[in-house]
Write a protein that binds this ligand. Structure first.
Ligand code: CP
Length: 335
């Protein structure tokens, strides 16, 4: 990070400035987990995102705010929404961007995550955004680089910017977060989206009910129901896909996708009029969500994608300016 606030001045000019007159050394901050945020952080980030949303209604959408900064996107797992929105968010703020995917990089030749992070650090990135199948990968990158690190999804652990964009979307639809009732339906067990969103909803005073078959809905994560009819009491029904890529080989969580769909698919008949429906994507139409629901006026799925852009602009802005997004998470010691 910049040495402007350091006790070891970097130039003759700074050498004559008494240290007590210098701004405090800026803390290197990350967004690794929703647990890194408090309610004030969430409110500030959502307000910043709302300001950016207004800027995106103009003909000229690009802002000069992060000119000269470098945002590196490292995606070692598939992504459409998160990778594209982080890239566009950085570009809309005039930052330089660089995108690395595991396929086609030196990961194919056996390079470790630590060595990849050290290699990219040689370009002095301001922010590294990382998605990785291993829990704790973003904490490892934070431990070996000088960049601010944003977790764009690590295994089934956390996806904090998804939770923020979901809060933004719910707030825009309902006009409130406090007291909102959200039913999360489906494969909660393997979902980083669910783990992040449960924590985020609790932070803002919203209620959460987890609904699905017992093997996929761990009771330790919150209030649960194993009856699909329970979704009718919610303001928002949040649908999760079956995350087969994270399921243990040979484990039978449900008898078959056909039976899962018959019992748990969110159909128009299972909803009450006026309920909003969300899905983080990618959707498996006809499995966890009926196409008529996905394409209905109550579906907020495209709104979530749109929110992803302005929320990620807000996160990049907040990390690189004086706002406080986060402190090191509890995993900061992992290396
Ligand atoms: N919601 C989400 O993380 O989508 P992607 O996997 O497409 O980024």
């Amino acid at each position: 990070m910049s040495g402007v606030g350091s006790m070891e001045p970097q130039s003759d000019r700074l050498a004559v400035v008494p240290s007590e007159l210098l701004p405090p050394r800026s803390e290197r901050r990350h967004l690794l987990s929703v647990r890194d945020l408090d309610r004030a952080d969430v409110e500030r980030l959502l307000a910043t995102a709302k300001s950016f949303a207004l800027s995106q209604e103009r003909d000229t959408k690009k802002l000069p705010t992060l000119r000269g900064r470098l945002v590196v996107n490292v995606f070692f797992e598939s992504s459409t929404r998160t990778s594209s929105s982080f890239e566009l968010a950085a570009k809309r703020l005039s930052a330089d961007t660089m995108s690395i995917k595991s396929s086609g990089s030196s990961v194919d030749k056996g390079e470790s995550l630590k060595d990849t992070a050290l290699t990219l650090s040689a370009y002095d990135p301001d922010v590294i955004v990382i998605r990785h199948p291993q829990i704790g990968a973003p904490q490892l990158v934070a431990a070996v680089t000088e960049a601010h690190v944003v977790n764009a999804g690590d295994g089934k652990h956390q996806h904090p910017t998804q939770a923020l964009l979901d809060l933004y979307t719910i707030s825009a639809a309902l006009g409130r977060l406090e007291g909102a009732q959200v039913a999360i339906v489906g494969d909660v067990l393997h979902s980083r989206v669910a783990r992040s969103l449960i924590q985020a909803l609790e932070l803002v005073g919203a209620g959460v009910l987890l609904v699905g078959p017992p093997p996929l809905v761990p009771a330790e994560l919150g209030e649960v129901s194993y009856d699909i009819d329970a979704i009718r009491d919610a303001d928002v029904v949040y649908v999760l896909r079956m995350q087969r890529e994270r399921m243990l080989e040979g484990a039978n969580y449900v008898p078959s996708l056909r039976e899962y769909s018959a019992r748990w698919c969110v159909t128009p008949e299972r909803l009450r009029p006026g309920q909003y429906v969300m899905h983080p994507g990618p959707m498996n139409r006809g499995v966890e969500i009926d196409p008529r629901v996905a394409d209905s006026a109550e579906a907020l799925i495209v709104d979530q994608v749109r929110a992803g852009l302005v929320v990620r602009m807000a996160v990049l802005y907040d990390l690189l300016t004086s706002g406080r997004v986060a402190v090191e998470s509890a995993f900061a010691g992992i290396a």
